[in-house]
Ligand binder design. Structure first.
Ligand SMILES: C[S@@+](CC[C@H](N)C(=O)[O-])C[C@H]1O[C@@H](n2cnc3c(N)ncnc32)[C@H](O)[C@@H]1O
Length: 282
């Protein structure tokens, strides 16, 4: 799949962080954490492939409510671990959850590391940022020699869950308002793209794709799952009364695309791309 730069979403100010970020529709940490177990599993799988012995400096970028940061800190207790995110609500939750760690409100679009890291961990965030060729080069440059960039991104834009978002957006009274919503998230690159971009930045790559299958409690649970993530670019621009209409029509499509199993559960297939890039030792 070719990389298509996306419009920025969930990001903050272009010329100064805190002011503009406060004006953007925030992420909802509580809604996000309704599926904490399922959402944290890719971080565990990613971390397992990070073969660092005793990293000194680690950062969790797009740390959300701190669930992924907690895993990094537990795995490397000797390290100085920090987190950053552009969402005030997420950062507030992360600080409460892990009061001993440093969390910063910052936009990855403009963020640059003050000094280099042994580990940059990015679970489920980089799909919200455009121009991955430049982004991955920038992140690789923030690694110490021998350092690791560990990334997981949903690879689900072609799944029924996401096709239904675009179809619902195109057919309702909200069509004009949502004309650009699908571009909020970039189509991620191919294995070949990331391997090439990272090699040019001096990194060797370990790449894989996993499809998780989540048995959820019916169509409503799928809608609730995506309300805090994939549906945000479609719901945030709508007034409250249209939001309810959009969700109702989206739910109809989801109920058709994800029929109930004999036990009443529905199976949400969720493909994800993993990248563990190691910068060459000096
Ligand atoms: C799906 S959550 C992932 C949270 C956590 N890493 C996890 O593993 O569950 C994505 C996070 O990325 C953050 N985010 C999105 N765009 C961002 C940007 N441009 N800069 C920093 N954080 C961003 C969101 O605020 C959100 O907390």
């Amino acid at each position: 799949m070719a990389f298509v730069p996306g419009r920025r979403f969930g990001a903050g100010a272009r010329n100064g962080l805190d002011c503009d970020m406060a004006a953007k529709p925030d992420w909802d940490a509580e809604q996000y954490l309704r599926f904490e177990d399922e959402r944290t599993r890719p971080s565990l799988d990613l971390l397992q492939r990070v073969r660092l012995a005793a990293p000194a400096r680690c950062i969790d970028i797009g740390c959300g409510p701190g669930n992924s940061t907690e895993l990094v800190a537990a795995r490397f207790p000797q390290a100085e671990v920090s987190g950053l995110d552009s969402s005030p609500d997420m950062i507030e939750k992360a600080r409460k959850r892990l009061p001993g760690l440093a969390f910063a409100l910052a936009d990855l679009d403009t963020w640059s590391a003050e000094s280099r890291y042994d580990l940059i961990f990015a679970n489920a965030v980089l799909q919200w940022l455009p121009d991955h060729a430049a982004l991955f080069a920038r992140l690789a440059a923030a690694l110490k020699p021998g350092g690791v960039l560990a990334v997981q991104m949903p690879d689900n834009l072609a799944e029924p869950s996401h096709r239904a978002m675009a179809e619902t957006a195109a057919e309702g009274p909200w069509a004009a308002r949502l004309a650009g919503a699908a571009e909020a998230r970039a189509s991620i690159g191919s294995f070949s793209d990331y391997r090439r971009w990272l090699a040019a930045a001096g990194c060797a790559s370990d790449l894989w794709r996993t499809t998780y299958v989540h048995a959820l409690d019916g169509a409503d649970a799928i809608v609730e799952w995506f309300k805090s993530t994939g549906l945000k670019p479609y719901l945030d621009p709508l007034p409250a009364e249209q939001r309810a209409g959009f969700i109702a029509r989206y739910r109809e499509r989801i109920a058709q695309a994800y029929p109930a199993e004999p036990d009443g559960k529905v199976l949400l297939r969720f493909p994800r791309l993993f990248i563990v890039a190691t910068r060459a030792a000096a």
